[in-house]
Ligand binder design. Sequence first.
Ligand SMILES: Cc1ncc(COP(=O)(O)O)c(C=O)c1O
Length: 390
Amino acid sequence: MSSQLTRRDWLRASGLLTAGVGLSCFSVAKTNSLPAPLAPEFVNEFAFTDDPFSKMNKLKARLLANENPLGISPAAKEALCKAAESGNRYAWTEFGQLKKLIADDELVTPETIMLSPGSSDILMASADYFAKNGGTILTSAMTYDDLLDRSAKFGAKIVSVPMTKDYKFDLATIKSKITPDVKLVYLVNPNNPTGTVVPTAELESFIREVAPKVPVFLDEAYIDFYEPAARPKLGKLVAEGQNVILARTFSKIHGFAGLRLGYAIAKPELLKAIKPYTNGEFAVSITTLMAGIASYQDKDWQNHCRAENAKARDYTSKALADMGYEVIPSSANFILFPIRMKTKTFSNAMFANGIGIQTRDFDGQPYCRVSIGTMDEMTAFIDSFKKVVG
Ligand SMILES: Cc1ncc(COP(=O)(O)O)c(C=O)c1O
C-alpha cells in the first residue's frame, strides 16, 4: 500500500470518526433535557430526608427553579458538540468574542463586561466586596436573597423596604433610607419572586439620583422576558460612568442553568474592585462559552421561548384566577400567588403528585411560586393544584 493511499484512508477514517462523534453528541442532546435520575445509592441516601427537593429529578413537572423547559437553542447544541472537540484547549479569543457581541448590543465597550459561570458568582463576589466591612445593604422586601444572605454572613445589616400593596418596589422609601452606612442598593428587575417590573424611566431616574451617593446593583436575571422593544437599555448608565452594576444570566431564556454563564456590566473600576472576589473568567468553560456565543445570536430561539413562556403563563394565571386566586401579574418565567394552606402542607402535597414548586411565607401569608414550564407541565400543575386545594 502506498503512503499516499494510507493517508487518504486515514483522512477518510478520521472524517467518518468526527461525523460519528457529532452524531452521538446530537442524539444525546436531543433526548436528555433533564439530568439523569439519581443513581440508586443516592436515592437511598436521600430517602432518609423529608426534603421534597431530593425528588427533583423524578418530577413530572419541575417548576421550582425558573429554568427554561424547552432546553438550549439548536445552534447552542451544535456549538456545544463542536466545542467538545476543543475541550483540551483553554478558552482564549472566545471571551472577547462574546463580550464584543454583548457590548455592541448594550452600547458599551467590552472593557465594561465581565463574564462569569452564572450570575451567582457576580452576586456573591459583590456581597463579599461591598459587605466585607459590615455596613448596610439596602433593598426591597420580597426579593431574591442570595446576595443579601451572603452579605449578612459578613455582619452587614439588611434593610428591606416593604413593597407597595400591588407588589412593586417602593423606590421613594428606599431612597429615603440612604445613609452613609449604606454600602450597596440591591434591586431585581423583573423581580424574583413577584415577577413585577419597575417602569424603565423610573428605574433610570432612581439610578441617576442614587448612584452618585451609593452603588446600585441591578439584578436583571429575567430581562430577556421583556418583549425586545420594551427591554430596558440601561447600559448607557455604565457608559456614562455611573456607579451601577448590571447582572445578567444565560440561565433563564437561554436555558444555560446547568451550563453556567452570566456577566456583569459595570465601569472598569467597579469590575476591577469586584474581580478578586470572583472565581475569575476562566471558571467559564470553553464549551459553555462557545454555546453561549451561538445562543446569544440565536434570536429566533429566544423569541420562541419568550412566546411559549407567555402562552403557558397566561394559561396558568387564568386557570388560577378562575379558581379565585389573586395572581400577581408577572413579566418573567414564574408567577407568585397567595395560597390558603400552610406552605409545607401544600408543597408536600404537590410534590407527592410529582409537581415541584416553591413556597414562601411573607408577613405570615403563605405563597406559591410556580415556574412556567411547558403547556403539558402547567396543565399537570393546575390538575394537581385542584386536587390539593380541594
Ligand atoms: C434574581 C436572580 N438573580 C440571580 C440568579 C442566579 O442565577 P445563575 O447563577 O444561574 O445565573 C437567579 C437564579 O434563579 C435569580 O433568580
